[in-house]
Design a protein around this ligand. Structure first.
Ligand code: ADP
Length: 614
């Protein structure tokens, strides 16, 4: 059904319809003129054919003037029979008194001599004018002509009578009808043929149009493989050419857009910065992999969402703020597990006209940078603080001495002793700081060599044995649990000694009640592991992750009282890591701590040594 309506709406049908209507109009006009002319011609011919010859009229006039009516009637009869009027026309002669004097109809001879009753004859007799008219009776049309017979002799116009002619027009009209029917038939036939021809011809117009329509639809769908057939160089041919060119151009521009898009995608995906682009309403349209990763979300969850929501900026900014360039914005995406600070820059996507099409936000992870900045600030504050405390104390003792205490033989040496201790602590701290600074800048020298760890560890502990033995206030015992196997590692012996010294010192320092310090040495998964456990104060769990930070101390007062700087473990960590090892701590508050040092184990080829000795 729809297909049927489609046909009636098509140009194909409309062209045919217009053509048929034009033909109808033309044939109608031509037909009307033709039929009119045909009728006129035929009637004229018919009329002429039934006219009595002039000499017959003269003879009739003569007979009507004849006084001998009977003879005259006979003569009239003869004249009429001889006249041979065509088309069976009925001819009746009536004299001036209205008596019928003759007729050519053999079956109506009885009327001769009777009074005429016809109105037209009477009128003609009175008016002396020819009457012509058409009447119809019994479904037949008749032509009636009443011609007065006027005797113009002796300068007198005497009407002698009339000739009444009545002829059946049916034949004439039949002929006209027949010809009209033939004309109509020809017209219908020509319309049908014309319609067929128009349909065929209009098909040649609509076919290329259909093809053009199909091709443009194909182009719109993104299929550029088609090609419109060019049938000629007329307007449609030129249009087909234009569509073919258009197809090629659209394909090329589509390809270049596509490759541009791919390039942009690959640039975006390979960027180390996160990129989020929006439409003009601030809804996210493009987001790259890095952004997804940094924001810890998925593409589906972000695309179509407002950028302010995605970047968690709803509370601080609105879209207008972002458009008016808020400069650098820090985004805090920290979770309970990790800290994540992003630095974001916003820029506008603008048309040449200045119309804002959207926003682009480029952001990157600045957590490390922030941490460094924070650490640096913290470090400067720590150093100042750490130096100020001993300096203040030195300053106050020196002040007391200058104020007169130097004269006091008891106080003066005490005060000088304290200032010496404090300056010693400062020197130690500054040395530690210098060491750390060298380590940070990579200028710290390590004289690494293959060292027998059992040997060096024993050597250091022997020294501590001596120290703890001499401590009369507290009682410590150092217990060694060493593997019998010799364990070798590539280390700088002096630095290694520094680390063990620091840990051992701490074990002593933070075990105010003495106790056993257990030192173990063993091999584990191809690593040399040393552990030093004490039975001292231990540390709270929260402190464990900071213990290797610079200046960190669990109990500042105690550490300071012990002469600690809070840098020992930080330096130890740096040293052990420079050996490719690691250091960690386990501790229970009030029960003690264990420090573990793990170093890469260097196995010694026994055979090699044997060969060397041999
Ligand atoms: P300090 O010079 O203060 O000892 P360290 O870096 O050596 O600095 O140690 C940092 C902090 O770690 C100490 O202040 C102390 O609070 C804690 N600490 C280190 N070793 C132990 C230990 N064996 N027992 C308890 N606390 C310890």
């Amino acid at each position: 059904m729809a297909l049927k309506w489609k046909f009636f709406k098509s140009i194909h049908f409309k062209i045919a319809l217009v053509f048929v209507l034009m033909m109808l109009l033309t044939l109608e006009t031509v037909g009307a003129v033709f039929v009119r002319q045909l009728e006129y011609q035929n009637l004229n011919t018919f009329k002429e054919s039934i006219q009595l010859k002039p000499y017959i009229n003269t003879s009739l006039k003569k007979q009507l003037a004849n006084r001998n009516q009977i003879k005259a009637n006979k003569q009239i009869q003869t004249i009429l029979q001889d006249a041979d009027v065509s088309n069976n026309a009925e001819v009746t002669v009536v004299d001036a008194r209205g008596n019928i004097r003759g007729t050519n109809q053999s079956n109506e001879q009885s009327l001769v001599g009777q009074k005429n009753t016809d109105g037209d004859i009477k009128t003609a007799l009175y008016s002396s004018k020819t009457i012509e008219k058409t009447t119809s009776s019994n479904n037949n049309r008749y032509y009636i002509q009443v011609t007065p017979l006027i005797n113009s002799a002796k300068n007198q116009n005497n009407i002698e009578g009339v000739v009444y002619i009545r002829a059946n027009l049916s034949q004439v009209y039949r002929n006209i009808n027949n010809i009209t029917i033939i004309y109509l038939f020809a017209a219908v036939l020509s319309i049908i043929l014309g319609l067929l021809l128009t349909l065929i011809i209009s098909r040649t117009i609509t076919k290329p149009i259909d093809e053009l329509k199909r091709q443009t639809e194909q182009i719109a769908r993104g299929d550029y493989s088609g090609h419109v057939q060019v049938y000629g160089n007329d307007e449609l041919g030129q249009l087909a050419h234009a569509v073919n060119n258009l197809s090629v151009q659209v394909e090329e521009s589509q390809e270049s857009t596509e490759s541009e898009r791919r390039r942009l995608d690959s640039v975006l995906d390979n960027m180390t910065d996160g990129v989020v682009a929006t439409d003009r309403r601030g809804l996210v349209t493009i987001v790259n992999d890095e952004a997804i990763e940094l924001l810890g979300t998925s593409k589906q969850a972000v695309v179509g969402q407002p950028i302010l929501k995605v970047l968690k900026l709803e509370d601080q900014y609105n879209l207008r703020d972002l458009i008016e360039d808020p400069g650098q914005v820090y985004l805090d995406f920290s979770t309970s597990e990790r800290r994540l600070i992003l630095s974001a820059h916003f820029s506008l996507i603008q048309r040449k006209s200045g119309f804002i099409n959207g926003l682009v936000c480029v952001f990157h992870d600045v957590t490390a940078q922030q941490k460094i900045d924070e650490d640096r600030r913290q470090f400067v504050s720590n150093v100042s603080h750490e130096l100020r405390t001993p300096l203040t104390s030195v300053h106050s003792y020196l002040e007391a001495l200058t104020d007169g205490a130097w004269k006091d033989p008891e106080l003066a040496p005490k005060f000088l002793h304290v200032t010496q201790d404090e300056t010693d602590r400062m020197i130690r701290m500054i040395n530690d700081l210098l060491t750390l600074s060298r380590m940070d800048s990579g200028t710290q020298k390590y004289d690494s060599e293959l060292v027998n760890i059992n040997k060096i560890f024993n050597y250091i502990l022997d020294r501590f044995d001596m120290i703890v033995k001499n401590d009369e206030k507290k009682h410590y015992r150092i217990q060694r649990e060493f593997t019998k196997q010799d364990l070798w590692a590539e280390i700088d012996p002096d630095r290694f000694t520094q680390v063990i010294d620091n840990i051992m010192n701490n074990a002593v320092k933070y075990s105010p009640d003495g106790g056993v310090i257990t030192c173990r040495l063993y091999e584990d998964h191809n690593r040399v592991v040393l552990s030093i456990s004490d039975q001292g104060l231990g540390m709270p769990q929260s402190a464990l992750k900071h213990i290797f930070d610079r200046f960190y101390r669990v109990d500042k007062a105690r550490s300071r009282a012990q002469g600690g700087s809070g840098l020992g473990l930080a330096i130890s960590k740096e040293i052990i890591e420079s050996f490719g090892g690691s250091i960690r701590v386990e501790s229970t508050e009030g029960r003690g701590s264990t420090f573990y040092i793990s170093l890469p184990y260097e196995s010694i080829e026994e055979d090699l040594w044997d060969d060397g000795e041999a």
